[in-house]
Design a protein around this ligand. Sequence first.
Ligand SMILES: Nc1ncnc2c1ncn2[C@@H]1O[C@H](COP(=O)(O)OP(=O)(O)OP(=O)(O)O)[C@@H](O)[C@H]1O
Ligand SMILES: [Mg+2]
Ligand SMILES: [Zn+2]
Length: 604
Amino acid sequence: MTDASDAAAATPYRVLARKYRPQTFAQLIGQAALVRTLSNAIQAGRLAHAFLLTGVRGVGKTTTARIIARAVNCIGPDGTGGPTIEPCGRCEPCLAIAADRHVDVMELDAASRTGVDDIREIIDGVRYKPVSARYKVYIIDEVHMLSKNAFNALLKTLEEPPEHTKFVFATTEIRKVPVTVLSRCQRFDLRRIDAAELARHLTDVAGREAAVLSDGAAALLARAADGSVRDGLSLLDQAIALAAGSIEAEAVRAMLGLADRGLAFDLLEHLTRGRIAEALALYADMHQGGADALALTQDLLELTHALTRLKVVPGAAPLELLPDTARERAGVLAEAMSVAALTRLWQMLLKGVTEVQHAPDAKAALEMLMVRLAFVADLPSPAELVRRLQSSGAEAGTLAPTAAGPAATAGAPAARTMRAEPAGEISVPSAPAGGGAPALARRVEPAPAPAAGSPPPADQTDPRSFEEVVALFGARREALLRTQLAANVHLVHFEPGRLEFRPTAAAPRDLASRVGDLLRQWTGRRWVVSIASAGGAPTLHEQARATAAERHQAAAGHPLIRAVLDTFPGAMIQAVRDLTHADDAPSADGSDPTDDAEETGDPP
Ligand SMILES: Nc1ncnc2c1ncn2[C@@H]1O[C@H](COP(=O)(O)OP(=O)(O)OP(=O)(O)O)[C@@H](O)[C@H]1O
Ligand SMILES: [Mg+2]
Ligand SMILES: [Zn+2]
C-alpha cells in the first residue's frame, strides 16, 4: 500500500504520512460520500471535467486528486481496462502516476506558482492531446492561491475544456475560490476524520510498523490530530520514535504536553473557586517550568469549553486530554458551575487570549486576567441575583417588592444607587443572623446617603415609646433637644406620661424640665420626667451606631458585596440601608432617617 513500492530498501526513513498515502479509494478512510459519488459517476461514464476538493489540511485532498488521475487513466493489468474506481496500481499509467513521472499528469502547486504565466503554460498545453494517457490531468493544489488574472485565464479553459482533459483542484480555503470557478466544478467536501476512525487507522499503521499502540494512546493521538490524518500520522511517528515498541497512553500524554494540561486544570479550578493566591503561586511555578502564557490561556479556554460540554451533556465531553485524576474533578466542577458562569468564563478567556497575545509582557497580562477571573468567580449572574433575592424574601415571609417596589424607590429619589446589571440596583438579602433585625433586602450605596427625600415624621400627639418621643421633638422642629435626647440620654424607664432617664455629662442640666414642659404642652397631658443616677440603656445614637456597625459587617461579609468590592477596585461600603422601612420615620431600631450620622454609621 505504499506509494513507492519501488523504493529501495536503502531509502532513508520516510515519514509515515508519505509512506502510507492511500493508493486506492478503498484505502482512503472517512470519505465514504466522496467515494460513492465518484464511483457512481465513473460507472455511469459521466465524469465531470473539473473537480474541486476541499477540506482542512491532511484529510486526503492531494491523495484523492492523485487517485482520480489514476482512476481515469488506469488500463488494468492486461491493458484493456477503462476508467475504474479501483485503479489496479500495476499497469504502466498507474505506476507512472504513482512515481510522479507521467507526462500527462501535471501537478501544480498554486502556493508557489500563482502567476498568470504559470496558468498560460497549462492552458497552452491543454490544446494538445495526451501523449500516452487517456486523459491529461491537471492537478492544481491550493488553488485559492492563484492570482486574479490567473483565475481569469483559467476560467476560459474551464468553460470549454477539451474532451481529453480533467482538472482537479484542491483547496483548504473554499471561500477564496471565485464563484465563477466554483460553478464550473464538481465539488467534493472532504470531512475531518472522526476520532474513533482515526484511532483505528493509527493502530493499523502502528501495527505495520511493528509497534503496539494501546487503545488509550491511539485515542489520545487521534484526539490531538483533530481530524487530520496527516497530523495523526506525524504524531504517531514521534510516538514510535520515543517509545520503542509499545506505546502507552502515559507516554503519549507526556509527549503531547498533556501533563501540563492537568496543571492548567488545577489552575482553572483555583480561579473558578476564587482562590487567587493559589492560582498565582501555581502559575509562577508553571512559568518557571517554561509554560507559555499564550498556550496556557488557550488551554484554559479549551478546558472551559470541555467543562461546558460536560455540563450540558454529562459524560460526552472530550476530556481524554485530561489526566485521570483531573477528569473526575472536572465532572465535579462542571456540576458546581452554572452554564452562565461557564459562558462568562469563556468570554473572559477569549478576550484574554488577545490581551495575552498583544501585551508587551504576556505573563503580566495573564496574571491580570487571572485576577479578574478569580474575582468574578463568585459573582452571581443577573438571573441568580433575582432568584436569590426572591428566595430570601420568601424565607422572611415577605416578597421581594420591598426591595424593588415603588415604596423603596419613591422613598429615596435622590439616593445614588450603584448599578451593576441592567436589571437595576444590587439588592442582597440581609444576613440571616440577628433574630430581631428586620430580615429583608438592603441596598448598598457608594456615596454618602443624602438626607433629603424623607418626609418629616407624622405628628405624634401621644408618643408611646421613647423613640416616638424623640421623633416628636424632631417633628416639632426642636432639633437641638431631639439630638440631645438621642445622644445624651440613657433610658431607664418609659411609659406614656412617664419618662425616667440618666443624662450623660454632656446633657444640659435643665434637659428633663424642658422636655417635660414641651411634652405637656404638645400632648395636653401630664408628663413626669425624672432623672436617674445610674443604669439605663445605651443612648439611641449608640444603639444606632451598633446596629449600623453590625449591618456593615454583615454586608461586608456577604459574598455578593465582597465580589462587588473586589470587582470595582476602590469601592467602599458607605451605607447600609434597610429597605424594609423605606424611610418611614422613625425606623424600628430607633435611628432617625433624617440624621445622617446615625444612618451611615460614620466613624466618630
Ligand atoms: N482520508 C485519508 N485516509 C487515509 N490517509 C489519509 C487520508 N487523508 C490523509 N491521509 C494521510 O495524510 C497524508 C497527507 O494527505 P493529503 O496530502 O492527501 O492531505 P491534503 O488534504 O492534501 O492536505 P493539505 O491540505 O495539507 O495539502 C497522506 O499521505 C496520508 O498518509
Ligand atoms: Mg494537499
Ligand atoms: Zn492501473
